[in-house]
Design a protein around this ligand. Sequence first.
Ligand code: URP
Ligand code: ZN
Ligand code: ZN
Length: 457
Amino acid sequence: MSILITGGRIITATDDYVGDIFIEDDRITAIGTALPMTADRTIDARGKLVFPGGIDVHTHLDMPFGGSTSADDFETGTIAAAFGGTTSIVDFAIQYRGQTLHHAWETWMKKAEGTAAIDYGFHMIMTELNDQVELEMDALVRQGVTSFKLFMAYPGVFMLDDASIFKAMLRTGKNGGTICMHAENGGVIDVLVQRALAEGKTAPKYHALTRPARAEGEATHRAIALAEMADVPVYIVHLSSAEALEMVTEARDRGLPAFAETCPQYLFLSYDNYEEPGFEGAKYVMSPPLRQRETQNRLWRGLAGNDLQAIATDHCPFCMKEKHLGDGDFSKIPNGAPGIETRMSLVYDGGVRTGKISLNRFVELTSTSPAKIFGLFPRKGTIAPGSDADLVIFDPEKKMTLRAKTLHMNVDYNPYEGREVTGVTETVLSRGRIIIEGGTFVGRAGAGSFITRSERK
Ligand code: URP
Ligand code: ZN
Ligand code: ZN
């Protein structure tokens, strides 16, 4: 099967030109102006932007959490991702205490195989470390699971102590992997949560008021210091605060391999959302929480200046029925919100159209840079001969109003309900197969493949 995409404005992290792309089977085989080839199918992309498919390196599909399970599984979540212009995800497998990493990997592979509509990889969340687990870490890196997420928060559930974190870092420093860190001081937060509840402060907004930005800054500083001593790259996930960003900036200024992502929710929503009436604030209960509105500009500057290297979603949706598990106790509200489908349009509309980031930087943040950090580049994350034909044809002038009812995520609310965005994904190719066309999913659940990621170079 061959496809010729003609006359689109091709944008990569570094290029911007009008040209044609020729695809044979699953790869791009030629790029040029006025390519002479004939193909089984021609797509006219004049007036449209052509991006490498979006890569979302932080999703939680079919994830048990807080007495519930995230509402999107690998079928619904990856189809929604495709509608939004994302063609690869890196989700999180979880090693629960007493379990092997291999068991966690197998469990998550079973969830994704035969259901995912786009390609997927896994980070490994580790909640327990011993000699056997350390050996398994090396084996996982060799089989393409090259990053480990550790938690400094959620005591009794996911949190690891500093000694275990340090051991995992030392091992990863040697085996060619990367450490992803949930950086919030879980001990401090737990004390604040218990005190708030004892004082009868039970509403959703107290989720935010008991997770101070300084607790994120402190943990980010500690994560980077531990990683520096262990000589391992560290990637701070879902960075939300200026306090944490300062720590990453300081480390990068010293030349350390410290990286960080932020997420659209921290760029477009704020603490004010927790003050919405009744139980509405529960829609935004996530960790770290939304911050003061002023933080948004700091994060945009960090993105523009490469102190932040990626925009992922932390897609972890729960329907309102599940959020109501926290009626009368904010600490029981499942943490997380939907975002896998809306990332590209939100960042294009709020970042590129407002001049906060360039078009090239948009591609870099949503695709190229995460591909490089997590061992997917150049197979994914760019438009080049030999790369997978994961492509997005994007209408930069089309408008769309974000509504839970018309979006495709399996969740009954949207944090951006009613917001109008300009810039909409029109056509999506995943490894040379058209999967979104004319507002319809035309791909196949199960057509996505596990991506073996390479070790750090
Ligand atoms: O609130 C969040 N972020 N839920 C997902 C789990 C995590 O820590 O990433
Ligand atoms: Zn986290
Ligand atoms: Zn997460």
